[in-house]
Design a protein around this ligand. Structure first.
Ligand SMILES: C[S@@+](CC[C@H](N)C(=O)[O-])C[C@H]1O[C@@H](n2cnc3c(N)ncnc32)[C@H](O)[C@@H]1O
Length: 146
């Protein structure tokens, strides 16, 4: 039996719960994990940018429960990735505007798929209607490539 996951099965995937339940009910089963490319890395590749370099700190927010979570990430890290951004995009956009970060923010829809869409510089995009498979990358402190 195989379980196929979007991206990587070890990165915020339902597979983790499924495997745990399976192993509890059928301890004789052997679970083998085949690694994939998780969406932040796939999105960075689509954008043609490194996700992080040098000593940059990275925060990944799997869901935004409060704007203060984003504020904290912006204040304490260099690169922020927001998963499941589609339902909170307008709030996120307003926060990024307050912090002057819209020009260094990117949205990638359906990374690696033929339908992939990229928005670089969100300044003029306060109302994007995004699909579930979208994420947002903020380069809070752009790295100096020398
Ligand atoms: C429950 S998480 C699953 C993450 C997945 N296991 C991974 O490795 O990326 C679902 C979220 O991941 C992001 N995501 C997954 N696949 C994506 C893709 N191809 N393009 C953009 N975002 C994606 C979206 O933010 C989506 O709401």
């Amino acid at each position: 039996m195989a379980f196929v996951s979007e991206g990587d099965v070890s990165f915020y995937s339902t597979f983790t719960y499924l495997a745990q339940t399976l192993l509890q009910t059928h301890p004789e089963v052997k679970v083998q994990t085949i690694p994939g490319v998780c969406s932040p890395l796939a999105a960075a590749a689509g954008l043609g940018i490194p996700l992080t370099i040098w000593n940059q700190r990275l925060a990944i927010l799997p869901a935004l429960h409060a704007v203060s979570d984003l504020e904290t990430a912006i204040a304490t890290t260099d690169v922020v990735v927001l998963l499941k951004v589609s339902s909170v995009y307008e709030q996120v956009w307003a926060t990024l505007k307050q912090h002057g970060l819209l020009q260094q923010s990117y949205v990638v829809e359906r990374a690696t798929l033929p339908e992939q869409v990229i928005y670089a510089d969100l300044s003029d995009r306060p109302h994007l209607k995004l699909p579930y498979f979208s994420l947002l990358i903020v380069q809070v402190n752009r790295a100096d490539l020398g």
